[in-house]
Design a protein around this ligand. Structure first.
Ligand code: BGC
Length: 450
């Protein structure tokens, strides 16, 4: 059986992919919120009043260069977002949050919020704006960021590719061509040779599945192509790229710890005994998260896990979906079902990898009117429960530091702990963010809301 599965891996992946596209593309979002499901792991709630996290736990926030820096004109996103209708409300990244200039102020704010770590990304299109032309000044910029962090005792975690790619790289076929992997390798080598002294935690890439799905299936992101037949090739090349990146980083710095960040929703069937819903839930989880991770277990020092929501699969929703107009469907694209307990379940599903885990993203936008302080507290309790159940969670990064450019959602989806006045770029810490600051400061979370 195992051999049969191994031999036909490609076809199984395609089958899962089709199921995944049909169900994952929105069907799950029109289900009822009052739904109850028996959690497979379902922890027993602890009675302790205060849940103390392990010593040395990392508390941080995460950002991505393109979403915060501003002025990333050599990226494949830049021209793409200028096209009419690409970004909600006609927003443009433009100066974004001006983090490229104001990073010191932002680091100061992190420090005020008791953060001891910061996950940010290096923009490949700044380092190598034209093919083969590396820009040392940009390396110095990131070195300055790293030095500013170090002065405040904030440990960096650096992502080498977070959705945005150099325009030239996309132009020569991007990840579609196996021979292009060597360009990524050169970039990774250049950066890590220059900055390895300042960085221990590296992430080779952020959510490659989101890149593939939004760039080549829904076509909402660059290159904006709808071609499911390329998915398998893209994935194969990206997996190879991660492996090479892993080797290169280690050859430049033996002490480095290298991971990859991937998203995992908590996908569950709405009707416990419905076979199709069960297969679909399994496919979503497998295609989106585990297929990729299973290919790279030997090249992972840790896993970066993103958890945002529960996704439940309800076959009855098919009717709703078919009766929706595309516009109605689009406006609900960020409709998410928040479910802290799902984080515990997802973490338990990661136990099999036996790797340290950092929760490298988790967050909520303002317009969902979910209390952010409560949202964070409830999720962190689940992290604690997972640690208590033997999962090696080493850190947590709230997404995100500042209200920023949320890709196709523009500035509408405000996930930040810090609010920004778009005219003056003035920053202010949101009232409810202090809860996270207090948790980080005490390295503990209260087990009750009283
Ligand atoms: C991405 C971020 C994005 C966030 C919120 C994550 O999947 O890595 O770039 O802003 O989701 O939607």
């Amino acid at each position: 059986m195992k051999n049969y599965l191994k031999k036909n891996k490609k076809y199984i992946l395609i089958l899962f992919l089709v199921i995944f596209i049909v169900f994952g593309s929105g069907l799950t979002k029109f289900t009822h919120r009052s739904f109850q499901y028996n959690e497979p792991y379902g922890h027993v709630d602890l009675e302790d009043e205060i849940l103390n996290f392990p010593e040395g736990f990392l508390w941080g926030t995460a950002t991505a260069a393109y979403q915060v820096e501003g002025g990333n004109v050599y990226s494949n996103w830049w021209d793409f977002e200028q096209e009419e209708g690409r970004i909600k409300n006609g927003d443009r990244s433009d100066v974004a949050t001006n983090h490229y200039v104001m990073y010191k102020e932002d680091i100061d704010l992190m420090s005020q919020m008791s953060m001891n770590s910061y996950r940010f990304s290096i923009e490949w299109s700044r380092i190598e704006p034209k093919q083969g032309e590396f820009n040392q000044e940009e390396i110095e910029h990131y070195r300055n960021v790293l030095n500013a962090l170090s002065k405040k005792g904030i440990k960096p975690m650096v992502t080498l590719w977070h959705h945005s790619l150099p325009y030239w790289f996309e132009d020569i076929g991007g990840w579609e061509k196996v021979e292009n992997i060597s360009y990524y390798e050169e970039y990774v080598s250049y950066v890590t040779k220059n900055l390895s002294e300042e960085v221990e935690l590296w992430i080779t890439m952020n959510e490659p599945m989101a890149y593939i799905s939004c760039g080549y299936v829904s076509a909402k992101w660059p290159p904006g192509e709808q071609n499911i037949w390329k998915v398998n090739r893209l994935l194969k090349n990206i997996i190879k790229a991660h492996k090479r990146g892993y080797e290169v980083i280690h050859s430049n710095d033996q002490d480095a710890k290298v991971g990859l960040a991937e998203h995992s929703s908590y996908a569950v069937p709405y009707h416990k005994n419905n076979i199709l819903e069960n297969i679909a839930a399994y496919s979503i989880d497998y295609v989106w998260t585990h297929y990729l991770l299973e290919q790279i277990t030997d090249e992972l020092d840790f896993i970066g896990l993103h958890y945002y929501y529960r996704q439940y699969i309800n076959i009855d929703a098919l009717e709703d979906l078919l009766s929706q107009s595309l516009d109605e469907f689009e406006t609900r694209s960020m409709d998410r079902s928040y479910y802290p307990k799902g984080l515990f379940e997802v973490l338990m599903r990661f136990k099999k990898y036996d790797k340290p885990i950092y929760i490298t993203e988790l967050g909520v936008p303002d317009y969902h009117e979910v209390d952010r302080d409560q949202f964070i507290r409830e999720h962190l309790r689940e992290v604690y429960y997972a640690v208590d159940a033997g999962i090696d969670v080493k850190g947590f990064y709230y997404w995100t530091l500042l209200d920023c450019f949320e890709w196709t959602e523009g500035y509408d989806a405000e996930f930040g702990l810090i609010d920004i006045n778009r005219d003056t770029q003035e920053r202010s810490i949101k009232e409810e963010s202090w809860e996270y600051a207090h948790i980080a400061e005490c390295n503990c979370v209260s087990n009750s809301d009283k």
